[in-house]
Ligand binder design. Sequence first.
Ligand code: AMP
Ligand code: MG
Length: 327
Amino acid sequence: MAFTRRTTHVAPATAESIAAAAACLRAGGLVAMPTETVYGLAADATSDAAVAGIYAAKGRPTFNPLIAHVLDVAAARRQGAFTPEADKLAEAFWPGPLTLVAPAAPSCRVSLLARAGLDTLAIRVPAHETARALIEAAQTPLVAPSANRSGRVSPTTAAHVLADLEGRVDLILDSGPSRHGLESTIVACLVQGPTLLRPGAIAREAIEGVLQAPLAVRDKATRAPNAPGQLQSHYAPRARVRTEATDVESDEAALDFAGALAESAAAARLDLSPNGDLVEAASNLFAYLRALDETGAPRIAAAPVPHRGLGAAINDRLKRAAASREA
Ligand code: AMP
Ligand code: MG
């Protein structure tokens, strides 16, 4: 996909740089912005041309719809038609790392290209103050997929964004490392009731606690090919990833959890959380995958991570990173 070559500026997020970023967005530009999940590549969600720029810059397939980011629940309701369950989840988790998929409202202004032609819409109210200030200044919903080349590891620092997208985006706002380090959890609230589409920074158990009911999970047979984070191969470093590793082979770097691989003779070993804390592990996951990749090791052995809580999302990303060379 052809992309426009741009001069990429990097700036700490300040009132001035945010104002410049908003002007850039209003003119159809691309701005990488920090959010509490990972760094996002923002564009005016209502502009087909700006949205097309995102797909081109990321090399992202256009059948993969984007998430619209708005300032509050009232703004979200202008774009999407919320069921009572969606209202409940929005009230409990917004602002925050939960994305809701709802039928597009008649007043929806989000570009059809961003929605991949669907009559539904993915929407979220972010909590990060820079993202919020930028949405407010731009005065338009922003689409903001992760600010990396399609299929690669999501960025949790401005340096990661620069490494992937230099020359492809206009401005990168730097607010330091992302707090969660994992993408938002996506729940569809359509006629068939709340369904988990992507595990993420909010644990399924917390969502079920609010709904007081188990969440359905989209089964593979009915899965539409429209979930980027759901593509088999995604979040992929250059090195091959081997999951559930209980040992480390001579050509492998080790992505450890709670010291399980500490006795191995790995040339490089990074522990997601020496104390076995899943929140800490989530926030380190993408940065450590990148760092181990940079050692030049051809393979990465990833220790088992428990599947409870945020472990579900961590295991989901590791599985997709491992699938990269098979897809
Ligand atoms: P990203 O922005 O890269 O975190 O990915 C956005 C995620 O939202 C992908 O997994 C999309 O498939 C999903 N998504 C966006 N819009 C929709 C929609 N209308 N229906 C289902 N999933 C969606
Ligand atoms: Mg992504």
